[in-house]
Design a binder for this molecule. Structure first.
Ligand code: PRX
Length: 650
């Protein structure tokens, strides 16, 4: 690794940055040695209705996983994101909205946003929503998505945002899992000039008997105004209920540990997990990481290209930036519409200072050549960020040179839905960067590497990435299933939070994330459980058995490689291939669409009948020379057939 180029901190940047190297060291040490004092101080960045007197009260003990921060304080997230800014920056832009169509954009001030949130909060109350109720949001990237999140928070309701690319089936499962009685959606969404029928998807989801029984109201934002089916007993227009509502709504005080939101994510079993995030610790952590990692200063224009359907959108489009009184850009469209210069055009148009995107987007741009951004003026940029998957050094260098013009620090931020906010990252004025490394832990984060037996590894090492103690942004539970939470995250390596990622630590103490060590794959920065895709496939009448693995993909990071064994009576055909692909898209959503489907007469199994995924992974990687020990295979000839018919040939 000695050929890795180190990019030193720019001294001019460091001189103006919130955190330089000396400050990082001092604050980091304090955060680890005395978390109560450290977070007691930094917890004050929020406005509390009742100040907390307790700070950290957490246990990672498998039999008593219990995580509480600031537990006796009361506050309101919407108050912290809106009301407290009104006096000083009521007229400042809170959200810049850039539509799918480049001619559409909007600036929404803090005062205006406050009014919209209060109206919807009152309207939701009018629909019977109470503190603690779960409201499901299935929305495009329009300001109403942020308004709806904050309106829920304002009245103490819990939001569960479901990514607008998920299928009606996936939506129904999430409505059901959260026992949600209200859904907020829009008539259609617009992405890359294409119209997606979101409301019709909700209608389909509500043909599921469990979801239908729960949902009493569907609130519909009018985005395109095209014709749609309507059920008077259930559907209401957003503009009708908000027009009739008052623009004044007191923010409801909630306890720091009251839930703010649920967010579903994939794990190694078939059923997605609804992770529960609470109010106080989450908001402190989201706000603080946003300010320090992006070196956010008042007046900056900050753009995170994620979707609000993912945790990145929650923490770094909505809660972190708005809690800091920032101007956050929300983009409805896609990077290649009307053409691939769009990101450049948006940066130029809105004079973006911090730009935060995913490696998959960077690689897609990179493929188009150096002039992909159409000579857009990018001189406003001061910092670049990356998130969602490991960034390969070539993409890092390209990002640095072509977008950052060699003068913007790059923060490669490692974190997860479970962590609530950024965990391992360079602080731009403090930490020299190495392309491909997420570098050092944020304040209060104590990472470690353990071997498969749970023994902690010292110094330069390769192992399972765990976190040794709690931090305020951490998820507290899986909605309705605390036992599953304990088992998933605290049973593999006792006393530690298990991330599910592998990592290497170099001699400088820098972390290099190597990818998932469990049955989760990362496709274009979207996290997916292989078991989820498998259970969708076996629900198809032609499929007897399915096994799904990831394989290296130039653009997506990982692609989805599927092995299927057909039921007798069904023949492998191109038509069936197409049908299976469409089937998975409709069961889960387009993001789960298989890249390669191989018909397998049989799966490699142990004598006890367990599929040997290690072998399937190697074949999918076209690395079948290194299959390792195959002596436990029940029928070794199966493997020969799989190799002969493999689909990924380098
Ligand atoms: O494998 C890691 C990868 O994404 C996973 C978390 O996915 P999700 O919960 O959907 O959250 C994504 C956005 C925070 C991690 O377990 N991952 C995320 N960021 C990075 C990363 N892998 C390498 N480098 C990163 N910067």
């Amino acid at each position: 690794m000695s050929d890795i180029k180190v990019h030193p901190v720019n001294p001019e940047f460091a001189a103006k940055a919130h955190i330089d190297n000396a400050k990082y060291q001092t604050m980091y040490d304090q955060s680890i040695n005395d978390p109560d004092a450290f977070w007691g101080e930094h917890g004050k960045r929020l406005d509390w209705f009742t100040p907390f007197t307790k700070v950290k009260n957490t246990s990672f003990d498998l039999h008593n996983v219990d995580i509480r921060w600031f537990e006796d304080g009361t506050l309101n997230a919407s108050y912290n994101c809106l009301d407290r800014h009104l006096e000083e920056r009521g007229d400042q832009t809170a959200i810049i909205w850039e539509g799918d169509d480049p001619s559409e954009s909007e600036h929404i001030s803090y005062r205006d946003l406050h009014g919209r949130v209060c109206r919807l909060a009152n309207a939701l109350r009018g629909q019977g929503v109470k503190k603690g109720d779960v409201v499901t949001l299935y929305m495009p990237m329009i300001p109403e998505a942020a308004v709806a999140m904050l309106a829920c928070a304002r009245i103490g309701a819990v939001h569960s945002v479901v990514f607008g690319g998920f299928s009606p089936e996936a939506l129904a499962n999430r409505i059901d899992g959260a026992e949600s009685t209200v859904v907020i959606t829009s008539d259609f969404s617009l992405r890359g000039g294409k119209v997606v029928p979101l409301k019709a998807n909700v209608d389909k989801a509500l043909t599921d008997p469990a979801a239908a029984k729960l949902v009493k109201t569907v609130v519909v934002v009018q985005r395109t105004g095209d014709k749609l089916a309507w059920d008077d007993s259930r559907d209401v227009w957003y503009h009708d209920i908000t027009a009739a509502a008052s623009a004044e709504c007191e923010a409801e005080p909630v306890l720091a540990e009251d839930p703010l939101f649920i967010l579903y994510t994939s794990g190694s079993t078939g059923k997605p997990k609804g992770l529960k995030h609470t109010t106080g610790g989450y908001l402190v952590y989201a706000a603080m990481t946003h300010e320090y990692v992006f070196d956010y200063k008042p007046g900056d224009i900050y753009w995170c290209t994620a979707d609000v359907g993912w945790v990145t959108g929650h923490s770094y489009i909505v809660y972190g930036p708005l809690a800091n009184g920032a101007t956050t850009l929300m983009f409805e469209g896609v990077p290649n519409y009307p053409d691939s210069s769009r990101f450049g055009r948006v940066i130029e148009k809105h004079k973006v200072n911090q730009f935060y995107t995913a490696p998959t987007a960077i690689r897609a741009l990179m493929q188009q050549g150096e002039d992909v951004l159409g000579n857009a003026d990018l001189s406003s940029l001061r910092l670049l960020g990356s998130v969602g998957e490991p960034i390969n050094p070539e993409a890092w260098e390209w990002y640095n040179r072509v977008v950052g013009k060699d003068s913007c620090p790059i923060v490669d931020t490692w974190w997860q839905t479970e962590t609530g906010g950024i965990m391992i990252t360079p602080l731009p004025g403090a930490i020299n960067t190495k392309p491909g490394s997420a570098t050092r832990p944020f304040f209060g984060v104590l990472p470690a590497l353990v071997d498969n037996e749970g023994k902690e590894l010292e110094g330069a090492a390769d192992g399972n990435l765990v976190i040794k103690d709690s931090w305020p942004g951490q998820s507290r539970s899986i909605w309705g299933d605390h036992e599953r939470f304990s088992q998933t995250y605290f049973s593999t390596f006792k006393g530690f939070y298990t991330t599910g990622d592998g990592a290497r630590r170099d001699a400088d103490g820098y972390y290099w994330i190597t990818g998932r060590v469990d049955d989760v794959i990362n496709v274009s920065g979207h996290r997916m459980g292989t078991a989820e895709v498998e259970s969708a496939l076996v629900a198809h009448p032609a499929v007897a058995e399915a096994a799904v693995v990831g394989y290296p993909h130039n653009l997506k990071g990982q692609g989805i490689y599927v092995y299927v064994t057909l039921q007798s009576g069904f023949d492998a055909s191109d038509e069936l291939l197409k049908e299976l692909r469409t089937w998975v898209r409709s069961e889960i959503g387009p993001i789960a669409s298989p890249d390669l489907i191989q018909f397998a007469p049989g799966m490699p199994k142990t004598r006890s009948g367990k599929i040997m995924r290690r072998i399937l992974r190697k074949i999918a990687e076209d690395d079948y020379g290194a299959l390792g020990d195959t002596s436990t295979l029940a029928d070794p000839t199966v493997v020969d057939d799989l190799i002969e018919n493999r689909l990924n040939r380098k």
